[in-house]
Design a protein. Structure first.
Length: 144
């Protein structure tokens, strides 16, 4: 399935699940639960790849920000978020252990916030270099 089609289908299915849940909350006991898309045969592998990709992207954000900003990386991430998102992050961080490393902040960000962090003007050059090096390593591995 093409990614754009996947996103369209995902939105539709999420809306269906939410619609049924609201109907059930509203007292419509006969509102039948939907089979979530993650129970479709073969979808487990897709969800596993999505999780792996998300973890890898979070790792890239950590690595690039640590290299670019050193000990100030976590603060730079917080400062780069719009006010509303920064407030949401601050609430989420209350659950974080006091002993947690500073860059664990990346684990509390929404997936959609990660590309914006990498494409920020003062970070993009470092991120581009990281991706270029990763691409070269990938080509080297395939040649062997």
């Amino acid at each position: 399935m093409e990614y754009v089609d996947f996103l369209r289908e995902r939105r539709r299915r999420m809306a269906d699940i939410i619609r049924v849940a609201f109907r059930q909350l509203g007292g419509e006991a006969d509102a039948q639960p939907l089979t979530p898309p993650w129970f479709i045969p073969g979808s487990e592998a897709v969800w596993q790849r999505i999780a792996e990709t998300e973890r890898a992207l979070r790792g890239v954000v950590r690595e690039v920000y640590a290299k670019r900003f050193g000990n100030h990386a976590a603060q730079k991430i917080e400062d780069s978020l719009p006010e509303r998102e920064a407030e949401s992050l601050a609430r989420a961080l209350r659950a974080r252990s006091a002993a947690a490393e500073a860059l664990s902040i990346v684990d509390y960000l929404y997936l959609g916030q990660l590309p914006n962090l990498l494409f920020a003007p003062d970070v993009w050059q470092e991120a581009r270099t990281y991706f270029r090096e990763a691409q070269m390593q990938s080509k080297d591995c395939r040649l062997r």
